[in-house]
Design a binder for this molecule. Structure first.
Ligand code: ADP
Ligand code: MG
Length: 549
């Protein structure tokens, strides 16, 4: 009888707190081990944390899949989904439509599997129920190892489809720079979602069809050639009437930084990995951001090259978001007029005549996006159905009409040739001054810092709540928690040391997080997913109390 069974027998009916004895490793059978990483102090506390380790040959995965980084990541995601779908008492973080690297499931290069999950030890009348615990840990868990973690028992077609889908998407995304593209939308892609709260594909959608002039065919390792719309580097403006699908296209590009599950509709909609959705967010905190390109003077003589506020306006919050993305090297900004500050976007000819430039501190993006690309390689995709002034600076104009996308660049040029009398009024954009965060303002003192995520709304970091609702590319709570965990790690491992700039920190921290999840996730903490560095910086930048040296 395994050790665990003996301990449990001795605990039957004992006070609940004595379950703490279960902490540690216990074999559950050949190649299967249970690790009890944290035991909850009482039945009503957050669930205990367990790990199930399954080594080959018990974990009978294809070694070629385990050795291929994209396929191993997909496999881990599929295993978590399969395990979660079996139901039962284990809380397995499987994720939604996006395939992220999560702590909940990991496939090592040798084919070893680790599942990490929550489990609430039953505790009727605050007593140990040894029978129930035995059933869960000694029968259900080995059963889970047998049924979920062996490739042969997974549906082979579903397995191949899942892994191939992710491998192809990752390949396609990596191909973008070589093709001079910032994004790609495959023919046949389904972009709209079922509803604002249901991320599955809409049922009666008009599938995407690329305009001929932008059609590109790319050879993928698994499915072969795929055709679709290549969005070239530069300034791309999306126009069209209200409700004709503009924001839906942009949202698909925002999430094209991630891979999607088969059947999602956006499997082959991919965007450069560090693309950032930028929006206005009045009320947010801004700390020492160089917004001097967008704001030339501030009331009260505030220095726009080191702009701080606890309560930004619409325009200054969006200017800060642009600068923060550029600061850490984002190659692509995605901007939707629905969530943009109009006065940062444009100032038209009439307003230029009425209000002299000297009295307007804002330098509108319409004058900046082109030189930001030409001189600094930062591309933009902008949805602007209302402001024709953007036609002057667009390299490409896409029209969405009845959800059909066409290239109207030629017609837009003709329209733009009709002079409006508008003058360019911004100077040359300058890359924002790099910021060096003060580590003591990032990581609260103490051994155990409280970390929690409330959906994708709030990150609790120590005693501070960070409002992350406007960091639109964070897709679930595990990723938000991953940001918090990574920030603590950056300080604890000396990467964020009071000398490095954020731009210098990002690649080092990303490399740290690229290792096995077990090397950085907190075994007793909640489920985390690996965040993008641009999102981590976006969250850090919104943290009230951040100090910049
Ligand atoms: P816009 O930004 O142009 O005003 P939206 O992108 O918000 O329009 O889309 C308006 C509505 O049309 C949304 O309900 C969206 O789900 C739906 N929609 C978008 N694209 C498609 C499509 N290809 N097929 C069917 N419905 C779509
Ligand atoms: Mg819209």
């Amino acid at each position: 009888m395994p050790d665990l069974a003996r301990i449990l027998d001795g605990l039957d009916g004992a006070p609940y707190a004595r379950l703490a004895q279960l902490r540690g490793r216990s074999p559950l059978g050949p190649g299967v081990e249970l690790v009890v990483a944290r035991v909850q102090p009482d039945p009503f506390a957050p669930p205990s944390r367990l790990e199930l380790h399954v080594d080959p040959p018990t974990a009978a995965l294809d070694p070629a899949d385990a050795a291929h980084p994209d396929r191993a990541r997909a496999l881990a995601s599929l295993l978590a989904r399969t395990a979660a779908a079996t139901g039962g008492p284990f809380r397995i973080d499987a994720g939604g439509q996006e395939v992220l690297t999560r702590s909940s499931a990991e496939v090592g290069p040798d084919g070893a599997v680790v599942l990490r999950f929550g489990y609430s030890f039953p505790g009727p009348r605050r007593r140990v129920d040894a029978r129930a615990v035995r059933r869960d840990l000694l029968h259900r868990l080995p059963e889970l190892a047998r049924t979920c973690l062996r490739a042969p028992v997974l549906d082979p077609d579903a397995l191949t489809r899942f892994l191939d889908t992710v491998e192809d998407a990752a390949h396609l995304r990596r191909a973008l720079p070589g093709l001079g593209l910032v994004a790609f939308v495959a023919d046949g892609a389904v972009l709209p979602r079922r509803s604002g709260v249901d991320d599955r594909p809409a049922e009666r959608a008009v599938p995407f069809r690329s305009p001929e002039s932008l059609r590109v065919t790319v050879e993928l390792p698994r499915r072969g050639p795929v055709s679709g719309m290549g969005v070239p580097e530069g300034v791309t403006v999306v126009v069209g009437g209200g409700f004709h699908g503009k924001s839906t296209l942009l949202r698909a590009l925002e999430l094209g930084v991630y891979d999607h599950v088969p059947g999602d509709g956006r499997e082959l909609v991919v965007t450069r990995p560090a693309a950032v959705a930028v929006r206005a967010e009045d009320g947010r905190a801004v700390t020492a951001v160089d917004v001097s390109t967008y704001v030339s003077g501030l009331p009260g003589g505030l220095d726009p090259s080191r702009f701080s506020t606890a309560d930004a306006s619409g325009s200054t919050s969006q200017a800060a978001a642009v600068a923060e993305a550029w600061e850490v090297g984002s190659p692509l900004l995605l901007i939707d007029e629905d969530t943009a500050a109009t006065n940062l976007m444009v100032r038209d000819a009439r307003m230029q005549r009425l209000v002299e430039k000297a009295a307007e501190p804002l330098n509108p993006l319409v004058d900046l996006v082109r030189p930001m690309h030409r001189e600094h390689g930062v591309s933009t995709v902008l949805v602007v159905g209302a402001s024709g002034d953007f036609l002057d600076v667009a390299d490409r104009v896409l029209l969405l009409q009845d959800y059909v996308c066409s290239d109207v660049t030629g017609r837009a040029r003709e329209v733009a040739a009709l002079a409006t009398g508008r003058r360019v009024e911004a100077g040359s954009p300058r890359p924002p001054r790099p910021r060096v965060p003060d580590p003591t303002s990032v990581r609260p003192a103490g051994d155990r810092v409280k970390l929690a995520a409330r959906g994708t709304d709030t990150l609790r970091l120590g005693e501070t709540d960070v409002d992350v609702r406007s960091v639109r590319q964070l897709t679930d709570a595990a990723q938000v928690l991953g940001v918090g965990r990574a920030l603590l790690l950056a300080v604890d491992r000396g990467l964020l040391d009071g000398r490095r700039t954020l731009a210098e920190l990002c690649p080092l921290l990303a490399a740290e997080l690229a290792g096995p999840t077990g090397s950085w996730a907190d075994p007793g903490g909640g489920d985390v997913a690996v965040p993008r560095m641009v999102d981590l910086v976006a969250v850090l930048s919104r943290t009230r109390g951040l100090r910049v040296l």
